[in-house]
Design a protein around this ligand. Structure first.
Ligand code: IMP
Ligand code: MG
Length: 177
C-alpha cells in the first residue's frame, strides 16, 4: 500500500479479510448459541471495542454487550501483573458469556479475565479472540479465533501502540525500532 504510515512495516490482515472472518465468527457463534435465550458479550477495553462492535452487529441471536477493562502494560512489553480497572455493569450469574478480546500474546490477560469471570458463575464461559500471537500461550481456551499471526507488535482495528493507530481499518505490523 502506497500511503502506509512510515512507522508501519506492512499490512498483515486486510480490511476485507477482517470483515469476512468477523462474519464467519458471528455465524459460528450464532449457530452454537441458537438455543440460548441470550448471550453476554464481554468486550475488553480498549483494544476490543471495534472488533466487538462489528461482531455483535453480525450476530443473529439475542445478546447483551458489556465491557471490562484491565490495566494495559507498557508500550510493547508484557511485563507486570494484570489488574482489573473496570468490572461488569450487570451480574452474569447463570448466563452464557463470551469474552471478546483483541489479541492473545502470552495469554496472561485472557487467563486472568477467564478466572475473574468464572467467579461470576456464568452458565457457560467461552472466549473469542481476534488475533493469537503465540501458539505456546498459557493454558486458556480460545473457542473462537480470528487469525494466528507472527510475533511482532501489531496495530489497527482497535489495537494500538501508545494509543496510536487504533482506528486503522486493517491490522498492520509496526517497524522494529
Ligand atoms: P498477553 O497478556 O501477553 O496475552 O497480552 C494481551 C494484551 O496485550 C492484549 O489485550 C493487548 O492489549 C496487548 N497486546 C499484546 N500484543 C499486542 C500487539 O501486538 N499490539 C497491541 N496490543 C497488544
Ligand atoms: Mg487488550
Amino acid at each position: 500500500m502506497s500511503n502506509l504510515h512510515p512507522d508501519l512495516e506492512r499490512i498483515l490482515v486486510s480490511r476485507e479479510d477482517i470483515n469476512n472472518r468477523v462474519k464467519e465468527l458471528a455465524a459460528q457463534i450464532s449457530y452454537d448459541y441458537r438455543d440460548a435465550e441470550k448471550i453476554y458479550l464481554i468486550g475488553i477495553l480498549k483494544g476490543a471495542f471495534i472488533f466487538l462492535a462489528d461482531l455483535c452487529r453480525e450476530l443473529t441471536i439475542p445478546h447483551i454487550v458489556d465491557f471490562m477493562a484491565v490495566s494495559s502494560y507498557g508500550k510493547t512489553t508484557s511485563t507486570g501483573a494484570v489488574r482489573l480497572i473496570m468490572d461488569l455493569r450487570e451480574p452474569i450469574d447463570g448466563q452464557h458469556a463470551i469474552i471478546v478480546e483483541d489479541i492473545a500474546d502470552s495469554g496472561k490477560t485472557l487467563k486472568y479475565l477467564y478466572q475473574v469471570l468464572q467467579w461470576h458463575n456464568p452458565a457457560s464461559l467461552r472466549t473469542c479472540v481476534l488475533l493469537r500471537k503465540k501458539k505456546n500461550m498459557l493454558d486458556v481456551p480460545i473457542n473462537y479465533l480470528g487469525f494466528d499471526i507472527s510475533d511482532a507488535w501489531v496495530v489497527g482495528y482497535g489495537l494500538d501502540y501508545a494509543d496510536r493507530f487504533r482506528t486503522l481499518p486493517y491490522i498492520a505490523e509496526m517497524k522494529q525500532k
